[in-house]
Design a protein around this ligand. Structure first.
Ligand code: URA
Length: 239
């Protein structure tokens, strides 16, 4: 593919902007500055630098973010800064594919929730990961206001009724880790589900952190940081 088209496909701006970046000597491929916007490169395993930043060529972008507290998962947030401001502009500007322009969050976390959030420009992936049919387990570390009792754990596992739906929702797994710390695994993603489930058993969420989706863990990614998902990471997300 021509270098100008490669940069365009990766979200570096219009073809004209991309050609300008190349012609002004801001783009390096394999350690060499390339000034011919029409030069061809093989996409397989291609990495390039734009203004010093290293980029892999990605036909579709899949990244994970450690969402900090006090951020909204909306592109147009009402009160708090958007999580999208934590990502570099090319990830947000990747050209539109199907209905999706730039990477989009796979589901949402509340403003005060922290932890693992996936973002991609692959609409099918978003659909699959969000579909209740696929039952991808999500693990939440919950800090509660009141001590967690065996009865609460039992109710969360057997099913609680939330206000908008008569069908009970159940935790796939639920373990009290400490007096005020519960580890809860859900396979659906209803609005404020953890908070509403805890309220339904007479407790209250004081802190909420998502540590795992499928087999993919947040590990030591710092709050506010993002990284590309590897092939191995993606295989850990398969239901
Ligand atoms: N459940 C909640 O209540 N909030 C979240 O952010 C995620 C799950």
């Amino acid at each position: 593919m021509r270098l100008e088209d490669i940069l365009f496909s990766q979200g570096f701006g219009t073809r004209r902007v991309c050609a300008g970046l190349i012609q002004q000597g801001h783009v390096q491929v394999q350690g060499q500055t390339v000034v011919d916007a029409g030069e061809f490169f093989d996409l397989e395993g291609l990495r390039f630098k734009v203004q010093g930043d290293d980029w892999p060529f990605a036909a579709q972008a899949y990244v994970m973010l450690n969402k900090p507290a006090g951020t909204e998962c909306s592109q147009k947030p009402s009160t708090w800064p958007s999580i999208y401001t934590l990502l570099p502009p090319p990830l947000r500007q990747r050209p539109q594919k199907a209905a999706v322009q730039g990477v989009q969050a796979v589901g949402r976390l509340d403003q005060d929730t922290t932890g693992l959030l996936l973002l991609t420009d692959d609409g099918n992936f978003i659909h699959k990961m969000s579909s209740p049919k696929h039952h991808v387990p999500k693990v939440y570390e919950v800090t509660t206001k009141h001590p967690i009792t065996a009865e609460m754990v039992e109710k969360l596992l057997s099913g609680v009724v939330l206000d908008d739906d008569p069908k009970p929702v159940k935790a796939a797994a639920c373990e009290a880790m400490a007096e005020l710390h519960l580890k809860l695994t859900l396979t659906e993603g209803k609005y404020h589900q953890v908070k509403r489930m805890l309220a339904a058993v007479g407790n209250r969420v004081e802190g909420l952190h998502r540590s795992r989706i499928g087999g993919l863990e947040l590990n030591d990614l710092a709050p506010g940081q993002w990284r590309w998902l590897t092939e191995e990471d993606l295989s850990l997300l398969k239901p």
